[in-house]
Design a protein around this ligand. Structure first.
Ligand SMILES: *[C@@H]1O[C@H](CO)[C@@H](O)[C@H](O)[C@H]1NC(C)=O
Ligand SMILES: *[C@@H]1O[C@H](CO)[C@@H](O)[C@H](O)[C@H]1NC(C)=O
Ligand SMILES: *[C@@H]1O[C@H](CO)[C@@H](O)[C@H](O)[C@H]1NC(C)=O
Ligand SMILES: *[C@@H]1O[C@H](CO)[C@@H](O)[C@H](O)[C@H]1NC(C)=O
Ligand SMILES: *[C@@H]1O[C@H](CO)[C@@H](O)[C@H](O)[C@H]1NC(C)=O
Ligand SMILES: *[C@@H]1O[C@H](CO)[C@@H](O)[C@H](O)[C@H]1NC(C)=O
Length: 270
């Protein structure tokens, strides 16, 4: 049975860990930066009784390199220690039995906001989300409200309006019953682990209920204006039509009838 060698490479201090392993370990793992800013991960198989038929490198559970070399040494080059390269790397010697070692490339969280600006309607629930896909996971997430009075930490469940839901790579802040005066502004999400603390800011815009109605009111106003225009047009058209009718055959009859009617009425009243 073989024991497995482990090594952690912190973000700042790089450990040359070959000396840390026991002489009985079949595998020595080291890691150091190369001249061009890359980072070399090295696994050295010290047990020469094993027949090597190849190597594998994995990041997490994903195979990132494979070869069929018989070498006792396998090197994998990552482009520096950063948020993207952070993770758990495994070197595997295809021997019988297999021998492998894990190298942790660890960094501080790299926190980013899903959206830099979020919108919510007055009275509705506002949702803001931040994530960090770095290794190791975020130990603790904190949300802050940034205002003129300073930076104020938001307590989960406070005022029965603020609710925080967090996992190692994601955090979500929900604010119930959005209020324009109170809730519109800048928010900050910070994630921390043993290597440090980083954050991202999100601007929350709260629309008034009336603003949400504007498109609808616009349509109503448009319809009203249209109806008014048609109505005025119809009203104006009728007197204009009369002179045209007077030239026609029936109009004089109508006006005569009207005239007769008026004289009749005048006689009756006098
Ligand atoms: C590497 O990371 C894993 C998972 O967080 C942890 O269990 C393991 O102890 C770490 N190895 C070292 C040497 O810190
Ligand atoms: C490692 O990667 C860096 C950046 O990709 C490259 O410049 C460098 O030459 C590589 N080093 C080795 C030893 O392959
Ligand atoms: C690999 O390990 C052997 C035995 O400990 C050592 O002699 C050799 O220098 C190591 N090679 C590298 C590249 O570290
Ligand atoms: C916040 O409180 C809710 C219950 O009100 C709970 O389900 C949730 O896990 C808490 N979140 C955090 C980050 O503690
Ligand atoms: C976040 O972590 C969970 C488990 O902790 C995992 O299932 C999920 O895929 C991760 N999401 C991302 C975007 O890495
Ligand atoms: C949150 O993170 C930001 C950016 O990384 C940092 O400047 C700030 O000091 C942190 N805030 C707190 C309260 O830790």
């Amino acid at each position: 049975m073989y024991s497995f060698a482990f090594i952690t490479v912190p973000a700042v201090v790089l450990l040359l860990c070959g000396t840390g392993a026991h002489s009985s370990d079949p595998l020595i793992v080291t890691s150091y930066p190369d001249a061009t800013g890359g980072e070399l991960l090295i696994c050295n198989l010290t047990d020469f009784t094993l027949t090597v038929s190849g190597h594998q490198w994995l990041k997490g559970s994903k195979v990132i390199h494979e070869d069929k070399d018989a070498s006792q040494l396998t090197i994998y080059n990552i482009t520096g220690v950063n948020a993207e390269s952070s993770g758990q790397y495994t070197c595997k010697f295809l021997t019988s039995p297999e021998v492998f070692a894990v190298i942790n490339i660890t960094v501080a969280p790299h926190v980013v906001a899903y959206k830099k600006t979020e919108h919510g309607n007055e009275g509705d629930t506002g949702v803001m989300t931040c994530k960090s896909n770095t290794f190791p996971l975020v130990d603790e997430w904190t949300w802050y409200l940034v205002s003129q009075d300073g930076i104020q930490a938001i307590v989960n469940g406070s005022e029965e309006r603020y609710f925080i839901k967090s996992t190692g790579n994601k955090t979500e802040l929900r604010i119930h019953q959005l209020d324009i005066e109170k809730d519109q502004g800048e928010y900050m999400c910070n994630g921390s682990n043993i290597h440090g603390n980083t954050g991202a800011t999100i601007a929350l815009r709260v629309r008034s209920r009336l603003a949400a109605l504007w498109p609808f009111l616009g349509i109503v106003a448009e319809v009203l204006i249209l109806v008014t225009i048609i109505f005025i047009y119809e009203k104006r058209r009728k007197p204009d039509d009369v002179p045209e009718d007077e030239d026609g055959g029936s109009a004089p009859l109508k006006s005569n009838a009207g005239a007769n009617h008026d004289t009749v009425r005048q006689r009756n009243s006098s």
